[in-house]
Design a protein around this ligand. Structure first.
Ligand code: SAM
Length: 192
């Protein structure tokens, strides 16, 4: 029983790309009400449903309250783009590192498509700053965006720090929505 239908999008993506392995540490951005975290807990074995497999960790973050879930740590009422949240994460994560960053974040839609698109792209770009602080080398980032003129810019920026970047439109995502996901894999540190 998932808290929200969005779970099926992550299940579909993970069945295909095997992002979430037992033992992995996952940060779920925009986690409320917690359906993606439910999927992540199962897949990384952070609730230890299989004692034979390595135990992973799931940390969910949201501006809203996230109801408790076995196997997950939640940072409720926290802004993913706030450096204070990054500091909390660094304390929580083993060695301060995660294997995977997930983001299903979305701003409150204003109804103005271009404006909502730009807001969400800005939020996605901030995930690249977060990655620099907490993502393991070779780690992955999966982020939702709304398609539009700046998608290209986000893709380019992701490609500058990830070796592989692709666009996904899961079958379980409504055909008539602008919703897409970037799957960025094989993180490498930015060259400075
Ligand atoms: N993946 C979730 C699930 O499966 O239950 C659904 C996520 S919902 C589509 C988007 C969430 O992003 C909202 O709960 C919203 O509060 C959150 N959000 C938006 N901006 C945020 C921010 N700056 N920091 C943290 N969460 C944010």
């Amino acid at each position: 029983n998932f808290r929200c239908r969005s779970a099926f999008k992550l299940l579909e993506i993970d069945d295909k790309f095997r992002l979430l392995q037992p033992g992995y540490t996952v940060v779920d951005c925009g986690a409320a009400p917690g359906a993606w975290s439910q999927v992540a807990v199962q897949r990384v074995n952070s609730g230890v449903t299989d004692p034979e497999l390595p135990r992973g960790m799931v940390v969910g973050i949201d501006l809203l309250n996230i109801p408790p879930l076995d196997g997950a740590h939640f940072l409720s009422n926290c802004d993913v783009t706030d450096p204070a949240t990054h500091a909390k994460l660094l304390e929580l994560l083993p060695h301060g590192k995660a294997h995977v960053i997930l983001s299903d974040m979305a701003p409150n839609a204003s109804g103005f498509r271009e404006m909502d698109h730009e807001k969400l792209i800005t939020m996605c770009l901030s995930l690249i700053d977060l990655a620099e602080k907490i993502l393991q080398p070779q780690g992955s980032l999966l982020c939702k965006y709304w398609d539009g003129i700046l998608a290209h810019k986000l893709q380019e920026t992701l490609s500058s720090v990830f070796s592989s970047v692709r666009t996904l439109k899961p079958d379980s995502s409504r055909k008539d929505s602008a919703e897409r996901y970037f799957l960025a894999r094989m993180y490498r540190r930015p060259i400075k």
